[in-house]
Design a protein around this ligand. Structure first.
Ligand code: DQA
Length: 143
């Protein structure tokens, strides 16, 4: 069971950016921990990060045939990237959207996710633990 974890713009800045919102843990530490978690869950994961919309779309397209599911935090693209929505619809792989922060309790513009309707579900507000929850959800979904 292989899962592709995709992180969008500015998520490589975790541990540095707005720590009061996103926490103190570094991006590398979150990724290392997720690799450990995935082993315990019996899942194989690959983690990608890009600040570039087109690269994220390429990752999604390339997942077809190589991965059984996707966990994606599209960062700010969540709120306006129809192209990422289209890519997720195109590959039609079970996908869980993750946000560290509770996007529904923040600015008005963050409350809309244009990408979530292409996913089986969305997890937000639980910090980096959301990625673990997403992997568990995909496993339960019998990916
Ligand atoms: C985020 C929420 C987005 O609104 C924001 O643009 C991010 C991070 C989150 O994980 O909480 O970059 O996706």
């Amino acid at each position: 069971m292989k899962v592709l974890v995709i992180n969008g713009p500015n998520l490589n800045m975790l541990g540095i950016r707005e720590k009061n919102i996103y926490g103190k843990e570094s991006y590398k530490s979150i990724c290392d921990n997720l690799q450990e978690v995935s082993k315990n869950l019996g899942l194989e994961i690959e983690i990608k990060q890009s600040n570039i919309e087109g690269e994220i779309i390429n990752y999604i397209q390339e997942a077809l045939g190589s991965f059984d599911g996707i966990v994606i935090n599209p960062g700010a693209y969540t709120h306006y990237s129809i192209a990422i929505y289209d890519a997720l619809k195109a590959v039609n792989l079970p996908t869980v959207e993750v946000h560290l922060s509770n996007i529904h309790s923040r600015e008005e513009f963050r409350r809309v996710s244009v990408t979530a309707p292409a996913c089986i579900g969305q997890i937000c507000g639980f910090g980096a633990y959301g990625y673990t929850m997403a992997l568990m959800a995909l496993k339960e979904n019998n990916v």
